[in-house]
Design a protein around this ligand. Structure first.
Ligand code: GLC
Length: 633
C-alpha cells in the first residue's frame, strides 16, 4: 500500500479543508529572490523524514518510505503532515485557508471572495441553471437541443468540489469505468473548455476558484529523484483527496501532480501557459479584473513568465521542451521546439503583457516579454511557414552552408521532403500551414492542429497566413475532419517511424490517440479561429458533424482510423473536454461577438520592434511601414 491508497474514501464528508500549499513563498520574497533565483527548498536535501520534527508529530502511512526512494509516497506523507500543521484551525465552514496563507506571508492582498450558495439556493440553481442563465447572458430564444442538454448535465456532474466550493471538472466520468487511472483528476488543460463553457453561461465562481487554487499549488516544492524543476511550474492535474483524521473526522486536501507521477515523468509545460490564457479570458468575459490585479496573481504570472523566459543555451526565441510536454503527453517525436508549445507560449505572453500592472518591479519583465513576442512571431512566420513554393525551395536547398547569410539556415537535407508531403501540399498559393517543429537538420512537416489554430487565434501568424491555414483545412477536410473533427496531427507515423519515434507505443499506433487520432475537444479552438477569420460556416460544418455522433457515442475522448470513423481503441467515454468543447463551440457560434474576448489582433508595435532590431544588424529598414510589409508575407 502506498500513501495514495491510504488516503481513503472520497465520498466521506470532511470535517476540515486543508490546502497543502505550505511551501508558498511570499510575493515580496519572490521579488527579492528573482535576481539570484534562490528559492526556499524544503526538499532540497535527501534526508530521511525522521529528521523532520513536524512529520514526526503526525500520523502517516505506517509503511511510508523515506524520501528519495519513492518520491510520490513520501511527498504525500510529508505534504499531508505539514498541511495539518499549517492549517490546524482551518474548517470547511469558513474556508479561510488561502487568506491564512497570505496573512502568514505578511502580504496584504484581497481575500478570496467567492460567493457561496447555501444548500437550498444551490439545488435551485442546479435545477433551474439553464433557464436562469438563458435570461442573463444572451441565450434568449436559443433552444438547447438534446445533445447540449445532456452535455450540460454531464459537465455539471463532473464538477469537483473542495471545501464545498467548485474548483474544477474531472477529466472523464464514466460510471462504468472501474479503472479511471488519473482521469478522475482535474487537468489544467482539460479544464479550459469547461471554464469557458461556464464563463459563457455567466458562471464565474468555479473558474475563479480554479485559478486561485492552482495558483497556490504552483509554489509547491516538487521533486523527482531528488531534483526539483523550476519554481513557477503549474501542475498537470490535481485531485481532491479525503484524509482520515482522529475520531471519525476527515479533511480534504488538494494533491497535485507536476509530472512526478505522470507516465514518462514529463513536466507539463503547457499548464502555466493555459493558466495565464484562462486568467485573461476570465477577466475579459466576467469584467472582473480585480482577480488579475491581486498581488499574488501578479506574482503567479511573473513566476510562469520568468520560468519560460529564463536564459539558457537557446539560439532561437522558441521554447525548448522535452517530448510530451503538452496535450500530446507521450513520446511522439515532438521534443525540441514543437509548434503547440510555441503558439501557447505566444498567447500566454500576449496575455501577460496585457495583465501585468506596470510598476518599477514589473517594467523589466514587461520589456523582456515584448522583445520575446517580437522575436518569436518573426521566427515562426519566417521559418515554420510552408506552402507549395516554400516546399519546392526546400526541395532544392543547398546544404552545409557556413555563413551568416545562409539560405538553408537550419541545414535541412532535401530528402526530408517526403513523398506524402509532396502529394499533400495543395497547389494554391493561398493555402499553407506551420510545420510541427524546427531543429538543426530537422523539419517536422506534420500538420499539428492545436498549434496551427492557436497561431491564428493569437495572431502569431499574419492575417494572410491565418486565412491560408483555414483554406488548407477546408481543402483537406477529408484528412483533417473526415467523420469526426479534428485530427490531432496529420499524417500518422507508421511502420519503422512508429517504432523508432514513439518507442513502439501500443496506445499511439497509426491513426490512433496522439498518432493521427481525431479529438473532438479541438472543435472549440477551430470554432474560435473560424469566427475570428470571418468563416463561421466552416466551424458550423464541423460542429454539425460532431453533433450527429458525440452524444450517441457517449462523448468519447478520441476517435481512430484515417478518417475518424471508430471510437478510439482505448478512448475514455464521457470525456469532459469533449462535451465542454462542444458546448463552447455551440455558444460561440450562437454569440459570435463574444469570441473577440478570446482572440487577439495583429500588434504592429511588436512587429516594429523586431524589424528595428534587424535594422541594427543592417538587414531591414526600421519603420512601421516596414513592419506592416512583414505581415503581408
Ligand atoms: C491524455 C491526453 C491529455 C489530457 C489527459 C486527460 O493524457 O493526452 O492531453 O490532458 O488525457 O484528459
Amino acid at each position: 500500500m502506498n500513501a495514495i491508497t491510504f488516503l481513503g474514501n472520497s465520498t466521506m464528508r470532511p470535517s476540515r479543508c486543508i490546502l497543502r500549499a505550505f511551501t508558498r513563498i511570499s510575493p515580496s520574497q519572490y521579488m527579492r529572490d528573482t535576481t539570484v533565483r534562490s528559492y526556499p527548498s524544503r526538499f532540497s536535501s535527501c534526508g530521511n523524514q525522521s529528521n523532520n520534527p513536524i512529520s514526526n508529530r503526525i500520523s502517516k502511512p505506517t509503511n511510508a518510505v523515506p524520501f528519495c526512494t519513492d518520491s510520490r509516497s513520501s511527498v504525500t506523507a510529508q505534504v499531508v503532515s505539514e498541511a495539518r500543521n499549517l492549517s490546524a484551525s482551518t474548517t470547511c465552514a469558513n474556508d479561510t485557508t488561502l487568506d491564512q496563507i497570505y496573512t502568514k506571508n505578511d502580504v496584504n492582498v484581497k481575500p478570496l471572495a467567492v460567493k457561496r450558495l447555501n444548500g437550498d439556493e444551490k439545488d435551485e440553481e442546479m435545477i433551474n441553471g439553464d433557464d436562469k442563465s438563458v435570461n442573463g447572458d444572451g441565450f434568449e430564444g436559443a433552444k438547447n437541443n438534446e445533445a447540449e442538454e445532456e452535455a450540460w448535465r454531464l459537465l455539471r456532474e463532473s464538477v469537483v468540489t473542495y471545501c464545498d466550493s467548485p474548483v474544477g471538472t474531472m477529466a472523464a466520468k464514466d460510471p462504468t469505468d472501474i479503472t479511471p487511472s488519473n482521469y478522475d483528476q482535474v487537468f489544467v488543460r482539460d479544464f479550459v473548455p469547461s471554464a469557458l463553457a461556464f464563463l459563457l453561461k455567466g458562471e464565474g465562481e468555479i473558474v475563479r476558484n480554479f485559478l486561485l487554487h492552482t495558483l497556490q499549488l504552483q509554489s509547491w516544492e516538487k521533486t523527482v529523484d531528488c531534483y526539483s524543476p523550476g519554481q513557477g511550474l503549474m501542475p498537470a492535474s490535481f485531485k481532491v483527496r479525503t484524509l482520515p483524521l482522529e475520531e471519525d473526522k476527515f479533511e480534504e486536501v488538494l494533491d497535485p501532480d507536476f509530472g512526478e507521477a505522470a507516465i514518462g515523468r514529463v513536466a507539463p509545460v503547457d499548464s502555466g501557459l493555459w493558466w495565464i490564457i484562462l486568467l485573461r479570458a476570465y477577466g475579459k468575459i466576467t469584467g472582473d479584473y480585480s482577480l488579475q490585479e491581486r498581488i499574488d496573481v501578479q506574482t503567479g504570472i511573473k513566476m510562469i513568465a520568468n520560468l519560460c523566459l529564463a536564459d539558457g543555451f537557446d539560439m532561437f526565441p522558441t521554447l525548448l521542451v522535452t517530448d510530451g510536454s503538452c496535450m500530446i503527453d507521450r513520446r511522439m517525436g515532438i521534443h525540441g521546439h514543437p509548434l503547440e508549445i510555441q503558439a501557447l507560449f505566444y498567447s500566454a505572453l500576449r496575455s501577460s503583457r496585457e495583465m501585468l500592472t506596470v510598476n518599477d518591479s514589473s517594467k523589466n519583465i514587461i520589456k523582456t516579454i515584448g522583445n520575446r513576442l517580437s522575436a518569436l512571431s518573426f521566427h515562426i512566420r519566417e521559418n515554420y511557414w510552408v506552402d507549395k513554393s516554400k516546399i519546392n525551395e526546400i526541395y532544392r536547398y543547398k546544404t552545409e552552408e557556413y555563413s551568416m547569410d545562409a539560405t538553408n539556415k537550419f541545414n535541412i537535407y532535401p530528402e526530408q521532403v517526403s513523398p506524402w508531403l509532396m502529394d499533400w501540399v495543395p497547389e494554391s498559393p493561398d493555402t499553407g500551414f506551420l510545420i510541427g517543429n524546427l531543429q538543426p537538420a530537422h523539419m517536422d512537416f506534420r500538420f499539428f492542429t492545436l498549434g496551427n489554430l492557436w497561431s491564428i487565434i493569437s495572431s502569431l501568424t499574419t492575417p494572410k497566413q491565418n486565412q491560408a491555414i483555414l483554406n488548407l483545412m477546408e481543402e483537406k477536410w477529408d484528412d483533417l475532419v473526415g467523420h469526426m473533427p479534428l485530427k490531432i496531427c496529420f499524417p500518422a507515423l507508421e511502420s519503422s517511424e512508429w517504432h523508432i519515434i514513439t518507442g513502439s507505443d501500443p496506445k499511439n499506433t497509426p491513426w490512433s490517440y496522439h498518432n493521427g487520432g481525431s479529438w473532438p475537444t479541438l472543435l472549440w479552438q477551430f470554432t474560435l479561429a473560424c469566427i475570428k477569420m470571418g468563416r463561421p460556416e466552416l466551424a458550423e460544418r464541423a460542429v454539425n458533424l460532431a453533433e450527429k455522433r458525440l452524444q450517441a457515442d457517449r462523448w468519447p475522448e478520441y476517435y481512430d482510423t484515417r478518417h475518424g470513423k471508430f471510437i478510439g481503441k482505448q478512448s475514455r467515454l464521457y470525456q469532459t473536454w469533449t462535451m465542454a468543447g462542444f458546448l463552447t463551440s455551440k455558444h460561440l457560434l450562437q454569440n459570435p461577438e463574444i469570441a473577440s474576448s478570446l482572440f487577439w489582433g495583429e500588434d504592429f508595435e511588436l512587429l516594429e520592434t523586431c524589424v528595428c532590431v534587424l535594422t541594427k544588424s543592417g538587414r531591414k529598414k526600421c519603420s512601421r511601414a516596414a513592419a506592416k510589409s512583414q505581415i503581408l508575407i
